[in-house]
Design a protein around this ligand. Structure first.
Ligand code: NAP
Ligand code: ZN
Length: 348
């Protein structure tokens, strides 16, 4: 067992504090990673504060992990010491299942999340990337393209894949009008990715305060949802709306912005249910759908796509001792556009 240092939530209402714990000795198929950076996802806040009702404590959050390989087990072939690698939202899946579906593994039973979960034995808690090391099976480790800076690449492991997957599944590309609802950590990645795929991209944000950034990152249009005129001007416009909003909003108002046969895809997961009226869907054969991260195969495809197009996140780097303040700022939409923890600050 190796000792790891990190930060943990010990209770839904307490700030995160320093925490020391053990990482397992590597098995033959494991990769040992010295973590250099970890992104701060809004899901970390939902879970640290038990907003989804499934939290286990102590919890070391963090599923946007990048670092360097420091050791590999005897059967590992894909990675060697010194490689730059990433770990996203899950570290195991239905490997024992005869029909392991590599394209949809994130939706199947047997998924083991990177933190706030238990390993396949059902007993050993998983601890995430707000820490200095992690031991992960080779099949759940991703290669980071050499041309991408590690710190700004970290958010690709969750924010990136969470937008890439639905954009691909719903065929974002030339001739498609795509709206990204909410320009936060996920949303700004959606703007960059949808633009790189060739779609016509509109940001729907609460205000115009981030308009310049949105246009710089690749949006073609930018509207404020606080302005009632937006909903009149854009009625029936979009093939696809991806909703990244973490709070309860009136989905009916946004469904009305879809074309006939358009789809609104939820990736944001608010705490409470939101009512949807049948009339928002029926007269236009509209769909309301959801999407969750992506498979390991698709995550590597997304990283390679980002390498080719030089896409990374816009980040604000923080020391780990600033994590509680960072959470408050995320809640106020006051981050441009993803906090990334410099794990070296754990040693300071
Ligand atoms: P974030 O950085 O806080 O971004 C959320 C954005 O939503 C904000 O920047 C803001 O955009 C908008 N927003 C926030 N409160 C709002 C309100 N009351 N009304 C209208 N708009 C509001 O969070 P994130 O890390 O991108 O995560 C977003 C959500 O996705 C969270 O619920 C998270 O748990 C979830 N998530 C899901 C998956 C998945 O696999 N499905 C993966 C990761 C995260 P503007 O300032 O532009 O209005
Ligand atoms: Zn996340």
């Amino acid at each position: 067992m190796a000792i790891a240092r990190g930060y943990a939530a010990t209770d839904a209402s307490k700030p995160l504090t320093p925490f020391t714990f053990e990482r397992r000795e590597p098995n033959a198929d494991d990769v040992v990673i010295s973590i250099q950076y970890c992104g701060v996802c809004h899901s970390d806040i939902h879970q640290a504060r038990n907003e989804w009702g499934n939290s286990h404590y102590p919890m070391v959050p963090g599923h946007e992990i990048v670092g360097t390989v420091t050791a590999v087990g005897s059967s590992v072939t894909k990675f060697k010491i010194g490689d730059h690698v990433g770990v996203g939202c899950f570290v195991d899946s239905c490997v024992g299942c005869a029909a392991r579906d590599l394209d949809n593994e994130q939706y199947l039973p047997g998924l083991v999340q990177t933190y706030n979960d238990f390993e396949a034995d059902g007993e050993t808690p998983t601890y995430g990337g707000y820490s200095d090391s992690i031991v992960v099976k080779e099949g759940y480790v991703l290669s980071i393209p050499d041309n991408l800076p590690l710190d700004a690449a970290a958010p690709l492991l969750c924010a990136g894949i969470t937008l890439y997957s639905p954009l691909r599944h719903w065929n974002a590309g030339p001739g498609k009008k795509v709206a990204i609802l909410g320009m936060g950590g996920l949303g700004h990645m959606g703007v960059k990715l949808a633009h790189a795929m060739g779609a016509d991209v509109t940001v729907l944000s609460q205000s115009l305060s981030k308009k310049e950034d949105g246009l710089r990152l690749g949006a073609d249009h930018y509207y404020a949802t606080s302005d009632a005129e937006t909903f009149k001007a854009l009625a029936g416009t979009f093939d696809l709306i991806i909703c990244t909003v973490s709070a309860e909003i009136d989905w009916n108002a946004y469904l009305n912005l879809l074309k006939v046969n358009g789809s609104m895809v939820l990736v944001g997961v608010p705490e409470h249910a939101v009512p949807v009226h049948a009339f928002s869907l029926v007269p236009g054969r509209r769909s309301l759908a959801g999407s969750m991260i992506g498979s390991i195969k698709e995550t590597q495809e997304m990283l390679d796509f980002c390498g080719e197009h030089n896409i990374v996140s816009e980040i604000e780097k923080i020391n780990i001792s600033e994590i509680n303040e960072a959470y408050e700022r995320v809640l106020k939409s006051d981050v441009r556009y993803r906090f990334v923890i410099d794990i070296a600050s754990l040693k300071a």
